[in-house]
Design a protein around this ligand. Structure first.
Ligand code: UDP
Ligand code: MG
Length: 325
């Protein structure tokens, strides 16, 4: 049987500090897999530079010229992790039988890459990397992440618990994924929707090898909100439900006010009016904001803008490579 060709896709944003380590370790891993006969000699590592402002792209170029295992893509600006990853996946789908996506910081244990490939050879189309422990993440990151998974579960989304974007996809699964054209990408939410036979591989999440997190809190919140509003209309239903309840309450309040008006001092009740005024005001603003979020999503999808723009492609051609249209 012919071995499958593997591509490891690595999105990089300002990763000059960690790049040399990552490059070395991934190269070792792929070389070993080739030697042991798990994957084809044409296997690649594809670095996607997501508009870095540091020397990341120069490092990728240098690696490309020195080694035929290395390919590179440069996006025209910073498009964000999910889109950079998508760019890499799309590129790799042109010449690889299976693709593994991994972060540049090596927080995800690369020693399980072999297990990914073994699962693929056993016939799984999707292999999820799942974190066993997250002790190296801060308490804050751990709890917020946990809350997020819980929330997504409540929203009826089949997210894989403690799985980020460390996974293997077969070409079949990749081609299915590429049919999802939405501008707002949340891969973790889409991949379980693809179907196919899937497996999980467990590993320990480590400290970042170097450099700092490119996912500060605001970006994390944005990803969470994107994840929720891209997949579920439940928040809007919630608003409707709250609206019904508050109408019911205000109806009861109206009865109470009428009784008061007939029986007691009409100036009383100032406090309750103020409280309900602010309460309802707040509720309305949140609701409008949430609906605005969906309208914005629709707006973005309707425009149908490209998800990313390529500036440069560094490609060692293999025989199987299909040139993009
Ligand atoms: N990343 C990217 N574009 C961005 C932000 C991050 O391509 O705008 C990459 C980054 O280089 C890394 C991965 O996405 O390879 C995950 O980022 P990071 O490790 O900073 O996130 P964390 O692990 O802290 O959630
Ligand atoms: Mg990281």
């Amino acid at each position: 049987m012919k071995q499958p060709s593997l591509t490891i896709v690595v999105p990089c944003y300002n990763e000059e500090e960690v790049f040399p380590t990552t490059l070395r370790q991934l190269k070792n891993t792929v070389t070993r897999l080739i030697k042991e006969g798990y994957v084809d000699r044409n296997s690649k590592i594809l670095f996607v530079d997501d508009g870095s402002r540091d020397s990341t792209w120069d490092l990728i170029k240098k690696a490309y010229t020195e080694d035929s295992m290395i390919n590179g893509l440069k996006l025209s600006r910073n498009f964000g992790h999910q889109r950079a990853l998508m760019a890499g996946l799309e590129e790799a789908s042109r010449y690889s039988d299976c693709v593994i996506s991994i972060d540049a910081d090596l927080q995800d244990d690369i020693s399980v890459i072999k297990e990914f490939v073994i699962k693929y050879l056993e016939g799984y189309d999707v292999v999820y990397g799942v974190r066993k422990r997250r002790e190296t993440d801060s308490f804050f990151k751990r709890t917020t992440a946990q809350m997020f998974y819980r929330l997504m579960e409540k929203m009826g989304l089949p997210l894989v618990y403690n799985h980020a974007d460390y996974r293997l996809l077969s070409r079949r699964a990749l081609n299915a994924l590429l049919q999802y054209k939405e501008a707002n990408l949340f891969l973790r939410g889409i991949v379980p929707l693809l179907g196919f036979k899937s497996a999980k591989v467990y590993y320990d999440r480590k400290e970042r090898a170097a450099g700092e997190s490119k996912y500060p809190l605001p970006k994390m919140l944005a990803l969470a909100l994107d994840g929720i509003t891209s997949f579920s209309v439940k928040p809007i239903r919630l608003i409707t439900a709250i609206g019904f309840i508050s109408s019911l309450i205000s109806f009861l309040a109206a009865v109470y006010v009428l009784v008061q008006k007939i029986s007691a001092d009409p100036v009383g009740g100032w406090a309750s009016i103020m409280i309900s005024l602010w309460f309802i005001g707040g509720l309305l603003l949140i609701s409008i904001g949430l609906i605005g979020e969906y309208v914005g999503k629709i707006y973005e999808e309707v425009k149908g803008r490209p998800r990313y723009i390529l500036e440069e492609r560094l490609q060692h051609f293999s025989q199987e490579y299909k040139r993009p249209k």
